[in-house]
Design a protein around this ligand. Structure first.
Ligand SMILES: [Zn+2]
Length: 415
């Protein structure tokens, strides 16, 4: 048997999005409506009723892991998703280049994105990776840039802790704070904070002297003269999906965060050519990549991000158009290749992102299961409204375990 889980980020919406309709209701989506008529739908609270999900915690929950028990911060997923090797004792951060000025009180933030720096990051990273930390013995560092000002950062060594605060002041004009241990009696957190603060001081020296920044200054661009660290985290201690269910699968996702969550749960990474993690992504390519991974593996988790990007931009038209592309291009291609004798499919979102609000909210998200073991519930189509009347009712998280159950992959609880 095979299983495929498709998550459209921020899929859910509100009736205030498009004059009385959600974007999903406003979108033309014949393939999804047809699938819903032959399947069973319902509403899923990604984490639980009234809990406003982050994307990382929501994905853990949908994949079957209670984020209250297993979530250890976002940075580790960014590092994993970018392909960095993360060991059990490593402390992972999200990192971004920023522009600061020296003042008597400390480093004052001028531009949190260093003018959305678009070139030279690899050169800056090489210089940063040459920094040696000496205040606490035996700690090494690794920085990897991703897009524009963004990147991921790891501190490695014995006796470190992820219980440290950030060095990102978030607000222009504010001073860059020292990293602090979240508890003062935590020696490992103090040691980690000391290393992070030594890095901040040394990174300013290294970056200010760097040729990339001298040339940016000459061109009148904001210099990338500090690397801000946030989201300290460690590898979560969880049993892999393979250990829990005995099946092997892959993730197809353009965004590092989603790949990272899936890798932490034991999936392998398969990249689709042309997948960007945005509204411009190649959805047919993602479908084809998923189908070919499915020939070799038991299941695939496919993530698309454009729905959430459009909703964060408060662009209901773009969100609706992206849902129509999901239907025509992603599902259009998947439906050419799926063997319904051997495959169960689930489609949902990881949270609601109303386009008229522009951020995640706590409403449940429609979810759909299709395949020969699924009892059709007579749904008229696929939307928030039809899913509220669906046969699966309303439940919390655990969409992947529910999908696996249809394939008879679930371990029994009790005897
Ligand atoms: Zn999300």
């Amino acid at each position: 048997m095979k299983a495929i889980l498709i998550v459209a980020d921020g899929l859910g919406g509100r009736p205030t999005d498009v004059g009385g309709k959600t974007c999903l209701e406003a979108a033309r989506k014949p393939n999804l409506d047809e699938l819903a008529r032959g399947g069973a739908s319902g509403l899923v609270d990604p984490i639980g009723p009234g809990i406003r999900p982050g994307s990382d915690t929501a994905h853990l929950s949908l994949l079957g892991y209670d984020p209250h028990e297993f979530y250890t911060g976002r940075g580790v997923f960014e590092c994993l998703g970018m392909g960095m090797a993360v060991g059990p004792g490593d402390v992972c951060f999200r990192a971004n280049f920023a522009t600061v000025e020296r003042t008597p009180g400390g480093l004052r933030l001028l531009d949190r994105r260093a003018g959305r720096i678009a070139s030279g990051q690899a050169d800056l990273a090489r210089a940063l990776n040459g920094i040696r930390l000496v205040e606490e013995p035996g700690i090494t560092l690794e920085f990897l840039p991703s897009t524009q000002h963004r990147g991921a950062f790891i501190l490695r060594g014995e006796g470190l802790s992820w219980r440290v605060g950030e060095t990102d002041p978030h607000e222009v004009g504010a001073l860059v704070p020292d990293a602090h241990p979240l508890q003062w009696d935590d020696a490992a957190a103090r040691r980690t904070a000391t290393a992070a603060n030594e890095f901040t001081r040394k990174c300013v020296e290294v970056l200010e002297a760097h040729a990339v920044n001298r040339s940016r200054a000459k061109d009148g661009k904001p210099v990338a003269n500090v690397l801000l660290l946030r989201g300290a985290s460690r590898l979560p201690h969880l049993q892999s999906i393979q250990a829990l269910y005995g099946v092997r699968g892959a993730v197809v996702a353009g965004g590092a965060l989603y790949r990272g969550v899936a890798l932490a749960c034991g999936m392998e990474r398969v990249d689709a050519p042309g997948a960007t993690g945005g509204v411009d992504t190649d959805l047919r390519s993602k479908a084809e990549t998923a189908l070919s991974a499915l020939e070799r593996l038991d299941y695939v988790f496919l993530h698309v991000k454009g729905t959430d990007n459009a909703a964060h931009d408060k662009d209901a038209r773009a969100k609706t158009a992206f849902i129509e592309r999901i239907d025509a291009e992603l599902f259009g291609r998947l439906l050419e290749g799926i063997d319904w004798d051997t495959t169960h499919l689930a489609f949902t979102g990881d949270h609601t992102t109303p386009a008229d609000y522009g951020d995640h909210t706590a409403e449940p998200v429609p979810v759909l299961f299709v395949g020969r073991s699924v009892l059709p519930d007579g749904s008229a189509g696929f939307s928030e409204r039809t899913a509220a009347l669906g046969g699966l009712g309303r439940f919390s998280g655990r969409v992947l375990p529910m999908l696996f159950n249809y394939n008879n992959w679930s371990p029994k609880f009790g005897s």
